[in-house]
Design a protein around this ligand. Structure first.
Ligand SMILES: [Zn+2]
Length: 329
């Protein structure tokens, strides 16, 4: 039977409840925090509070709770022991942990980085070990590796603004190999919604099953024609950036969701919030947070005339299908 791989173990995907397709609870340091200290999410109490808001909002959709796909990848401040503490303290919360990579700029210096120095096969082996054996307690920040009991359930790949660097292409090749070998889904980062179509095409060309690919942060490119082109490859879209009014109003997301639903792509969309900074979380004082889709966006879609079945696909059922592992090849 198909399963989703969570922090606590493999589960029936239908038990995931409301699925948040891209979010952050813990980030203990590394490149993004160096670039902007607001990315530091190292307070377990705050993460418990934020996750509790999410579970409470999820329960409004007649389910026992929800699942957060935690998208901090390798060597980026990922701390599975702290995530496990959060998981333990929030009943009704499931967490799917990522392995894989961020965009090149977040590694600060890539000439000496192990991604540059290792072969694609060696990098793929490290991703497969995170997925099948257990994530390195030290986040592949080396030199020692100590496997925890917590296994990764999704692979991140990422690209830069309007280009895919050689470093990022190498990460994609390793991620594709790991996905094929394990059946693990791939969830991406696009920068400002660029290169989404290229990500989908290249991952599929590398042999990844289209339905195991989700192209992330793609709402930043609020162009329904472009988004439909990505859907036509068979990949999912992952739309987050909720209440990020400095970039665009939330009505853009609603407009894209409506048009994509009408075009028949409603079962290929995941919703996240990507509240990956303190300034984006209620636990740190923001008016909006990780619970946004279940608490605000879902009711808004109903109020704007969306079918309840479509809203439930967006909040829950699409995530159940995406998170399920494929047959390993
Ligand atoms: Zn993120």
């Amino acid at each position: 039977m198909s399963f989703a791989r969570t922090l606590r173990g493999d589960v029936d995907p239908s038990t995931l409840g409301v699925v948040n397709g891209h979010d952050h609870l813990i980030r203990t340091g590394a490149g993004e925090v160096y670039i902007d200290a607001d990315h530091l999410l190292d307070d377990v109490d705050k993460a418990v509070e934020e996750a509790t808001y999410f579970v409470d909002a999820s329960k409004k959709w007649s389910v026992d709770g929800g699942t957060i796909i935690e998208m901090c990848p390798a060597n980026c401040g990922r701390d599975v022991d702290l995530l496990a503490q959060v998981s333990e303290r929030v009943p009704g919360l499931q967490i799917i942990i990522a392995t894989g990579f961020h965009r090149q700029a977040n590694y600060l210096e890539t000439r000496s980085h192990w991604v540059t120095r290792y072969s694609v096969d060696q990098i793929a082996d490290l991703l497969v070990a995170d997925i099948e054996e257990g994530i390195d307690r030290y986040d592949y920040s080396g030199p020692l590796v100590e496997r925890t009991q917590y296994r990764a359930g999704v692979i991140k790949v990422a690209t830069s603004y309007g280009k895919i660097t050689a470093f990022e292409r190498k990460c994609m090749e390793a991620a594709a190999q790991a996905s094929i070998r394990t059946g693990c889904p791939i969830n991406t980062h696009t920068t400002y919604g660029t290169c989404g179509l290229e990500q989908a095409e290249q991952l599929i060309e590398l042999g990844v099953a289209p339905e195991k690919v989700a192209i992330g942060h793609i709402q930043r490119n609020a162009d329904p024609y472009y988004l439909a082109e990505i859907c036509a490859t068979g990949a999912y879209l992952e739309m987050d950036g909720t209440y990020r009014i400095k970039y665009q109003p939330d009505s853009n997301r609603i407009m894209c969701l409506r048009e994509l639903g009408e075009k028949g792509y409603g079962k290929q969309i995941l919703l996240g919030t990507d509240s990956g900074k303190r300034g984006y979380q209620k636990a740190y004082g923001s008016v909006t947070g990780v619970d946004f889709n279940a608490l605000v966006d879902g009711p808004r879609m109903l109020a704007e005339g969306f079918d309840r079945a479509y809203v439930e696909d967006l909040l829950m059922y699409n995530g159940h299908r995406f998170a399920a592992f494929a047959e390993a090849r």
